[in-house]
Unconditional design. Structure first.
Length: 104
């Protein structure tokens, strides 16, 4: 399970979410998803606000090929977090397998 954490420039956690099994669709083995292709189930993947337009494009593309309602809803929320990250200079969006689950 991947936990997604939105932090501001000062390192304060603004939002945090996770869903069981989300690593199955977030960690892509397809290089046509350049950012999602980088995801690892054994390390942190941290993206800057400037990475968000590409990440949002990839997430929306991924969402269009998923069939599971829960997975689609989870990606909706990650896209929302990415939009928030993009609008906050200096913020980051981190994907990690090391955090506990926190309901969004």
């Amino acid at each position: 399970m991947m936990t997604i954490i939105l932090e501001n420039q000062e390192g304060d956690v603004l939002a945090k979410t996770a869903a069981p099994g989300n690593e199955e669709y977030l960690c892509q083995d397809d290089p046509s998803f350049p950012l999602l292709f980088q995801f690892s189930t054994s390390s942190y993947d941290c993206f800057a606000a400037t990475d968000m337009p590409e990440l949002i494009r990839e997430l929306k593309r991924l969402q269009s090929i998923l069939n599971d309602e829960l997975s689609i809803k989870c990606i909706d929320y990650v896209v929302e977090l990415a939009g928030m990250c993009h609008s906050l200079p200096g913020s980051t969006l981190t994907f990690t397998p090391f955090e506990d689950v926190m309901e969004s």
